[in-house]
Each structure stands twice: as structure tokens, then as C-alpha cells.
Design a protein around this ligand. Sequence first.
Ligand code: HPA
Length: 237
Amino acid sequence: MTIHIGAQPDDIADVVLMPGDPYRAKWAAETFLEDAKCINQVRGMLGFTGHWNGHRVTIQGSGMGMPSLSIYANELITQFNAQTLIRIGSCGGMQPHVKMRDIVLASTASSTSTPSSTIMRDLNFAPCADFGLLHKAFHAAEALNLPNTVHVGGIYSSDTFYSERPDLDEQMQRHGILGVEMEAAELYTLAARHGRRAMGIMTVSDHLLTGEALPSDQREKSFGDMVDIALKAAFAS
Ligand code: HPA
């Protein structure tokens, strides 16, 4: 047991999928895993461990924002020895060719800061996804033949959902950033520090250029596609 995860030492699998929403963790475990067992309920941040195609998997909520994700990812890595961590979440589209419900595989995650920035001092560390995972996720996504387009590229991990920096959004767009979310940069940084594999798979749930937003009930199908891609990427040989 750690401060925020009430699991026994061997309750956590080597592979951990991390949705922001704990109820998405529950839904994904019930939908994709066999023998899923709830291994964490501390603060309602639900986690489950079960099996997918014979492979042991944990699905643990991360909460919203980098400080929250950082707590769970730190404990999963340093206390439970998780080896592969894949964020499955949503993002706001930032380019005209990135449409609602499209899937973004985040090769890099820019930020103004992460909880890890204090140790970087004057260095602009470049958080990036594990290439092996990214490669496998791309092939898994292509094989699904989704009606939605799959994009690979840089995203921006923001500290705010309600941004007061239109100038910054504009610079991100100018520099080809595909979408904005709030967690990946810290996940990539922690994975780099501890020599683990990490990547982020995001569905476009709202759009900064058009103002569109998906109602929460319509996110379910694309969320299922992300879980499928994440599991295939984690276990493809
Ligand atoms: N901004 C920040 N985080 C997000 C967004 C957004 O528009 N959409 C989903 N996560």
C-alpha cells in the first residue's frame, strides 16, 4: 500500500493503462478485462487489475492535470514497479486537419512546466513517447480501419483547461501542435527518469478552432478504440 494506492504489492501489473477519469477505468476493466478485481478505491481514484488475452493488466485512474497524474505514476513506478504506462484520454484539437473524434498518438508533449520542472532548472527537457510503443500503437490503430483519422505528432500538456492565454494557443498552433491535454508531459518525464515505457493516446473531444465539444455519452466508442490500441501496443511482440 502507498499513500494514494491501497493495493497490495503484487496487485499491480507490469502494464498500466491510465485514463484520467476513474469511472473510465471501471468501464474499461469491465469491458476489456477478464477476472477484473478492484485494487484501489483510495479517494475514489479507482484501479482494477485483470487479464486481456492472457496478459495481466492494471487500469488505474490518474485524475486530471499533471500534479494528480504525477502522484499515481510515481507510486506505480517506484513502489509497484510498473514498467509500461499508457495514458488514454481526451484532448482539444488545435489544427484544422485534426477533427473531432480523431485519435492523436502523442510523440512529444510540450509544456510551460511540469511537476518535474523543479529538477530541470534552466533546461527545456523534451518529453517524448517510447518509440516502440508508439510504433506498435500506430500499427494497431491502422489495423482497426477506423473511420476517424489517426495522427502522430506533438501535443501540449497545459496546466489549465480554461486557458487565459490565446497567444500561447496561437503559438502552439503555429508550431504544429496537434492537441492540448493536461497530463502527458509529466508521464513522459517520469518514465524517462525511471527507464520505463510510456505513451499517450488521445481522442479529440473538443476543438479550439471550431468550438465544438463532444457530449460525454458520445465519447464512449472512441474511448473503447483507445483501450484496444493501448492493449495491442503494450503486448504486441
Ligand atoms: N484543454 C485542455 N485539456 C483538455 C482539453 C482542452 O481543450 N480537452 C481535453 N482535455
